[in-house]
Design a protein around this ligand. Structure first.
Ligand code: FES
Length: 162
C-alpha cells in the first residue's frame, strides 16, 4: 500500500486512542496502524511519535526490533516459514524451497505484482506443528513442500476476489 492510499483519518483515530498510554502504547499502536497502512513509512512513524509524544528514535527502535512490523512495503499476502530447529529437522527447507519455486522470489523479497512477500523466521511458537507455515494470520502445519502450491493457489484466488 502506498502513501497515496493511506486512510489518515483511521490512522489518527488509532493514534488518538493510544496517545494517553505514551511509550507503553507504542507497540500496540504501531501494530494497529500497520493493519490500516500495510507498512510503517517514515511519515506514519512521525505521526505516531508526535501523537504518543515519544522520540522518533523510539518508534524506529520498536519497528526495527519487532520482525512483524515493516518499514518497507510488503505484499498483501505475507508467507512466513519457520526455519528454527524443530521446523528445520522436520523439513522446513523443503517448504522454503517450494515457496521459492512457486513464488519465484527469495526470502525477504516481494513478487513484482506486490501480491506475496516471502519470509523465513525464527521459532513462531508452534513447534508441535513443525514444519510450520503462516500465511497472513492463518496457520498451517505440519506442512509439506507438496502442500505449498495448493495453499498459495487458494490465497491467490482469495486476494483476486477481494
Ligand atoms: S521451531 Fe518452528 S515453530 Fe518453533
Amino acid at each position: 500500500m502506498t502513501e497515496m492510499t493511506v486512510d489518515w483519518q483511521r490512522v489518527d483515530e488509532v493514534i488518538a486512542r493510544w496517545a494517553p498510554k505514551g511509550r507503553a502504547g507504542l507497540l500496540p499502536c504501531l501494530e494497529e496502524v500497520q493493519e490500516i497502512t500495510g507498512w510503517l513509512s517514515p511519515e506514519v512513524s512521525r505521526r505516531v511519535a508526535a501523537g504518543l509524544k515519544v522520540p522518533l528514535a523510539d518508534v524506529f527502535g520498536v519497528i526495527t526490533f519487532y520482525s512483524l512490523l515493516y518499514e518497507r512495503p510488503v505484499g498483501r499476502v505475507i508467507v512466513r516459514v519457520c526455519d528454527d530447529v524443530s521446523c528445520f529437522v522436520n523439513g522446513s527447507r523443503e517448504v522454503v524451497q517450494a515457496c521459492r519455486t512457486y513464488l519465484g522470489i527469495e526470502p525477504g523479497e516481494t513478487t513484482p505484482d506486490g501480491m506475496f512477500t516471502l519470509e523465513t523466521h525464527p521459532c513462531l511458537g508452534r513447534c508441535e506443528r513443525a514444519p510450520f507455515l503462516m500465511v497472513n494470520d492463518e496457520e498451517y502445519g505440519p506442512v509439506r513442500g507438496e502442500d505449498v502450491p495448493r495453499i498459495l493457489d487458494a490465497w491467490k484466488e482469495r486476494v483476486r476476489s477481494e
